[in-house]
Design a protein around this ligand. Sequence first.
Ligand SMILES: [Zn+2]
Length: 376
Amino acid sequence: MQNFLYTSDVFKGSRYGRGHPLDMDRVWPSVELVQMMGWIEEKQIVKHGPAEIEELIKFHDIDYVLALKEAEDKQTLPEKIKKKYNIGIGNNPIFSEVFSRPATAAKASISAIETIAAKKADRILNISGGTHHGRKSEAYGFCFLNDCVLSILKAIELGFQNILYVDIDAHHCDGVQDFFLDNKKVNIVSIHEKNRWPFTGLVDDCKIKNILNFPVSEKFNDEDINFLINQFIIPYFKINCPDLLIIQAGADMLCGDPQSRINLSNNAYWKAISDLLSLCNKSLILGGGGYNPYLTAKAWAGNWVVLNENIELLDMDMNRECHELLKSLKWKNSRVKNGIPIEWISSWRDKKENYEISDEIISLVNEIKEIKKYEI
Ligand SMILES: [Zn+2]
């Protein structure tokens, strides 16, 4: 069966605004890298418009959605409304596409589930999705809408019984966990940096049946994530395989990302996703965090070949066109004040290095096994 990549033109030229961590291009460069490498047929790229209000209010409050729409139309909101909904405050600015951009990302995730449920595709990549902090009636952590929650709700509506959501973003998926606590049809797994915003996702939450949280330190390495995925997560869910897998593939745990202290290589990142896909053929891979445009665009472009079980394509040399595209991306960050590190823009894979599983991860796994009364 054919797999698809969902995107939209709204992501080209839309910016969160100067000085914002998302003042960069990530979505369209990922798609263009895939095209430039010849890894996709044109008919596999599907473009979407924004979701209808009716689709968004399956999770979000209507007054909040209407305020977000008004923020886009008028490019401002009354102060009281801004405060009430956290729109136009701090890191959730009012920008030109403040409604249509997140609504388009949400539409793609909802539509992906409909397409998979209708057996018109097995696997879909929605790079623009993964806005896991969004609340019912509040913008939070750069997320105005929560496409993760909306896609899971759509999956439940369409009859999926055993949905597994795995989030490998450096930040905990608080918006998703909060909404699906104790839901018998959904399991939520998150690997994230501990003691980092939003400061949720504690091990203690594992006492709740459908929650598995792995808060990890800045020393978390390539072997550690491989161990968590292959020695815990996969065997844990293999007993009762999910009928739908959603992976939030935030790329902010990669070495060189400014929003986490974790230093994974993209080799470990892609292997983790590839291994997780063995749990379920029906899968949706989302984007998420990722605040280094070069590393993020490569990571997400690579997810397309991972989704298609062609991970070996990532051993190819990067062609000139891709190199030039990456080189042209603008990023205002001290990490590039002396130029863009050549390894970020000249090869697909990071250098392979050897690591050992850290004691910290072994004791974390033992602690969680104890809570879950789980033996492998
Ligand atoms: Zn993140």
